[in-house]
Ligand binder design. Structure first.
Ligand code: SAH
Ligand code: SF4
Length: 344
C-alpha cells in the first residue's frame, strides 16, 4: 500500500529517498510544491525521472474528502470531513479581518468525556494520522481559494477541534513539524497553539520535545473538586500537578501560557472562583481566555450572564493577569468551542 506523502516530515521524506538511492533534494522540492504553493497536482518542478517514478508508485497524495461545509452568518466555516474508513471529523475556519484561524481536530471524538463538551459525548473512535491533520489545513485552504478568492490566508493554527491533542502526541507533533518546516508552509512557532485538558503524559513529552509552539490549558476551575466534575481526568491528573509540569516549560520572553476558563452559570463564575483563579496564576507568564459556555443539543449547563462575566474579568484585572472575553463564533452552525460532534 502507498504511504501518504502528508504523513512524512521533510527529514522523513529525505530518508525515504536516500534509502532508495534517490537524490534527497526532491524532498525540499515536493514540500515547496505541496505546502508552500499548495498545489494538488503532480509536482512538475525539476525532479529526476527515477525519483518521480518512485514518488508516483509509492506515495499517496489524496486528502480527506470534504463531506459538507456549513457557513455561519459571521463567516465562520465548518467542514465535515469524511475519512477513508468513513469516520467523520470537523474543522473550523474562524475569520478575523479577511484572515483566518483554523481550528483542527486531532482525534475522531475524544476519550476525556468532559461534562460540558459535545465532542466528549462522542467517545474516542480513533486517533487521527498526521496526514489527516495536515489534510484538514490544506483542504480548508483550497476551499478558501475557490470560494473566497483572495482570502486564503490562514494565519493561526489552533488544536481546539475534536480530540485531546496530547493524547495523540506523535501524530500532532509530526503535523506541527510539517507546518513549521521552512521548506513548506513555514508557519511561525508563535502561530500554532495546542490546547490540552491537562493530560500529564503528553505534558511530560512536551517539556522535552515540542519547544516553541504555544500551549493552552483548559483550566475551567481552580478548585480540584469542581474540576473533577468538569474534566474527569482531573482525578488522575489533578490541576496542582498539571500546573507544576506547565511551570517547567521553558518560555521565551514574549511567550506565555494561555489558560482557558469556561464560564458556566452558577457553577464556576463567582467572585470566589475568580479570586482563587487569580491567586493560582498570579506571577506566572499567563494569559486568560474567558469562554462563555456554548450550548449544544442536550447540554445541561448554562452560559453565565454578561455582567457576571465582566465582574469576573475585573477581579482578574486586579491580579494584573491579561484577560480576554472570547466571543463565540459560528454557534449558529454549531462550530463554536465545544459544539463539535461529527455523529450528529
Ligand atoms: N481537548 C482539548 C482541545 C479541544 S477543546 C481541550 O480540552 O483543551 C477546545 C476548547 O473548547 C477547550 O478549552 C474546551 O474546554 C472548550 N470547550 C469545550 N466544550 C465547550 C463548550 N460547550 N463551550 C465552550 N467551550 C467549550
Ligand atoms: Fe475532549 Fe477537550 Fe472536549 Fe474535554 S473539552 S472532551 S478534552 S475535546
Amino acid at each position: 500500500m502507498k504511504k501518504s506523502f502528508y504523513d512524512l516530515s521533510h527529514s522523513d521524506l529525505e530518508m525515504v529517498l536516500t534509502q532508495n538511492n534517490l537524490n534527497r533534494s526532491a524532498a525540499a522540492i515536493l514540500f515547496n510544491w505541496h505546502y508552500k504553493k499548495k498545489e494538488n497536482t503532480q509536482c512538475c518542478e525539476k525532479i529526476a525521472k527515477c525519483s518521480l517514478a518512485f514518488i508516483e508508485n509509492n506515495l499517496d497524495f489524496s486528502l480527506p474528502e470534504i463531506y459538507t461545509v456549513s457557513e455561519s452568518k459571521d463567516r465562520t466555516v465548518k467542514f465535515l470531513f469524511n475519512l477513508k474508513d468513513n469516520h467523520k471529523i470537523e474543522t473550523v475556519l474562524i475569520p478575523f479581518h479577511n484572515k483566518y484561524s483554523i481550528c483542527l481536530s486531532s482525534q475522531v471524538g475524544c476519550a476525556m468525556n468532559c461534562s460540558f463538551c459535545f465532542t466528549g459525548e462522542q467517545g474516542l473512535k480513533r486517533n487521527l494520522n498526521t496526514s489527516e491533520i495536515v489534510g484538514q489545513f490544506l483542504q480548508a485552504w483550497r476551499w478558501l481559494m475557490e470560494n473566497r478568492p483572495g482570502e486564503e490566508r490562514i494565519l493561526n493554527i489552533v488544536f481546539m477541534g475534536q480530540g485531546e491533542p496530547l493524547h495523540n502526541f506523535d501524530a500532532v507533533k509530526k503535523a506541527c513539524e510539517i507546518f513549521l518546516s521552512k521548506y513548506g508552509a513555514s508557519i511561525g512557532v508563535q502561530k500554532i497553539t495546542i490546547s490540552t485538558s491537562g493530560y500529564i503524559p503528553g505534558l511530560k513529552r512536551w517539556i522535552k520535545e515540542i519547544l516553541g509552539v504555544n500551549l493552552a490549558l483548559s483550566l475551567h476551575s481552580p478548585f480540584e473538586e469542581k474540576r473533577n466534575e468538569l474534566i474527569p481526568i482531573n482525578r488522575k491528573y489533578p490541576l496542582h500537578e498539571v500546573l507544576t509540569y506547565i511551570d517547567k516549560i521553558p518560555l521565551s520572553k514574549k511567550q506565555f501560557i494561555t489558560y482557558e476558563y469556561l464560564l458556566i452559570k452558577d457553577f464556576n463564575d463567582s467572585a470566589e472562583d475568580a479570586k482563587k483563579l487569580g491567586t493560582i496564576l498570579a506571577g506566572k507568564s499567563a494569559y486568560i481566555n474567558l469562554i462563555p459556555f456554548n450550548s449544544y443539543p442536550g447540554s445541561h449547563y448554562k452560559r453565565s450572564n454578561l455582567d457576571k462575566i465582566e465582574k469576573f474579568k475585573e477581579i482578574l484585572d486586579n491580579f494584573k493577569i491579561p484577560t480576554l472575553i472570547r466571543s463565540a463564533k459560528g454557534d449558529d452552525v454549531l462550530a463554536a468551542c465545544g459544539q463539535l460532534n461529527s455523529t450528529h
